[in-house]
Design a protein around this ligand. Sequence first.
Ligand code: ZN
Length: 366
Amino acid sequence: METKILEYTHSTGMTFRPPHYMQLPRDILIGRGVLNELAEVCRGLGFHSSIFILTGRKVYGIVTHEIIRALERSDYEVEFSFIEEVHMQSVQKAKTQIEELNPDVVLGVGGGKAIDVAKLSSTLARKSFISIPTAASHDGISSPRASIKGLKEPTSIQAQAPLAILADTEVISKAPYKLTASGCGDIISKYTAVRDWEVTHNLKNEYYGEYAANLALMSSMLVMKNAKLISGKSEEGLRIVLEALISCGVSMSIAGSSRPCSGSEHLFSHALDRVAAKPALHGEQCGVGAIIMAYLQKRNWKMIRETLKQLNAPTSAEELGIEAEYIVEALTLAHKIRPERYTVLGSEGLTREAAEALAEVTNVIP
Ligand SMILES: [Zn+2]
């Protein structure tokens, strides 16, 4: 449910807005070699003896084994487990492991799956969690929300914000550039998400947080402004993307929901995940969604398209590797994905003809 503006009456008889809860990360380290600081960060947070790591098999060979060795050298007792699927079963299994091992803290090391599973399982087991992304592909690396399959919720659910984030550019720069471009699509899509939120606030009196909205929007603008630097695969460009992704996650913490980061373009991406034979990356789909929704919002959709092109991110069905018919179907379904989340798609959604015309005029389908 979205947060509604409600009032409550204090014992003094005065009327107030209800309290607003924000959970934010405490330590954020971005840069070359920051993983060398991990043991120090853990100690600083009051964790002195045991650590449990959730990680992917491939990532284990690239970086996790080194992390484990370094932590052991710093006298930590370390256990780890592999995450294969972002499914509720993996979360339950990890929760049981955490309860049995009772570590000081849980680390999620990976591109997305391991972080999502670590985030939710640590929340359920009432342990803190540290996020160590190995790719800059979406804002889940810093958000308090987890995307898990096999839940009633089609999108993401509230978990907890990471207590610390260590984004080592030396590690992340080794990931394929396609993942960074996808992260840029996720960030740029806040351009349409924030407008959806603003309009819903005006139409439905839904809670709207200006700080959260502006933080998400600023991240989107900064990535658009620095598209050339980012596509040049420079260290500086990657840092801009990471800072923007982390800021987007923080904006969700401030808002208390995914509203500043997820509007009609995200509904379109979630719909594609359902209907497409082989969906593309989350951020790639959100970027294309942002082109389409910016058109519907009567805004500068061409700027979004040009910027994505500059970033070598997909701007069409063909580049997403998704057939045109699935794009049209997803557009007609998007408003049903999360009916309580009002967007430019309205309550009725798009007709097939309108969806087709929209995808054509924005050059998403031929
Ligand atoms: Zn997203």
